[in-house]
Design a protein around this ligand. Sequence first.
Ligand SMILES: NC(=O)c1ccc[n+]([C@@H]2O[C@H](COP(=O)([O-])OP(=O)(O)OC[C@H]3O[C@@H](n4cnc5c(N)ncnc54)[C@H](O)[C@@H]3O)[C@@H](O)[C@H]2O)c1
Length: 319
Amino acid sequence: MERILVTGAFGQIGSELVPALRERYGAERVVASDLRMPPAGSPADDGPFEHLDCTHQRQIQEVVRRYKVGTIYHLASLLSAIGEERPQVAWDVNMGGLYRMLEVARQHRCALFFPSSIGAFGPTTPHDHTPQDTLQRPTTIYGVAKVAGELLCDYYAQRFGVDTRGLRLPGIISHVAPPGGGTTDYAIDLFYQALRDRHYTCFLGPDTCLEMMYMPDAVRAMIEVMEADPTRLRYRNAFNVTAMSFTPAQLAEEVRRHVPDFVIDYRVDPVRQAIADSWPDSLDDTAARTEWGWAPAFDLRTMTRDMLAQIRAKMPEAR
Ligand SMILES: NC(=O)c1ccc[n+]([C@@H]2O[C@H](COP(=O)([O-])OP(=O)(O)OC[C@H]3O[C@@H](n4cnc5c(N)ncnc54)[C@H](O)[C@@H]3O)[C@@H](O)[C@H]2O)c1
């Protein structure tokens, strides 16, 4: 029985991907791993967990061999805003980690999922309806590592026949685990503070348009692309996927439909604003739609309604 290994399992995405994979394939078949030890009530509780540093090839090899891993979801990474604080560490973890995971995948014939990002685009990329194949000259270390990672995954597929697949994910909105220090984190913080304080100070300007997706769609996309019929995949790696694009002002307006006294103001953080300004306003995800049937279920309106309901249900102080 081949198992699935998830790295970075206690991050924002892994905290919801691991339970979804366990529900689909069985708890014992999904090995959660992270550099951090499991937080209380984490997804590691109902299945195997391994403490694993993705930059240590021997550790990865040992876990892959011991559990007979057939598929790796490689989520471990430093996000865009954190990456700019520590660019050298971000390169080591994001690029060094991926290279080592790919080497182990090659040696043990594992399939590998790599989450790229809208951060793989830059200021010279066409911002509206960004095509699947386009200019990619990002200006962050996070983006540089994502572009290099997309290329390295393509190389391992062509040169060694490793079944690498991936998505260019937009900002992911969720309510289970906190976001890890990205540029789109405002779209999560805003919900909590709207319900708790009726007030949010946004670190991006009101008209900063970015691509976003609700976590249930993101998790489904990651599972569907790995289950897709390989004969239909022309791109394999780095599929553009999207669900909605909006500005902080538009999100605030949507939240105000449910929380009428909510007030937003703005104190722009120049570092994160510069990153956001270099990213696309909207993506063309035709390749994902035609090659493996991608279709999001949530838009701004349905995501907002669900986020507010979920946060109200878990936080008594949120009204
Ligand atoms: N969250 C988003 O909006 C978003 C958008 C696009 C792409 N992505 C990509 O998806 C992946 C997961 O993102 P996330 O938001 O869950 O990130 P996160 O920051 O919330 O979690 C990352 C996890 O990786 C772990 N980690 C860090 N260094 C490690 C190492 N050396 N070895 C093992 N684990 C290590 C951390 O402990 C953390 O639990 C990343 O590759 C990210 O670039 C995320």
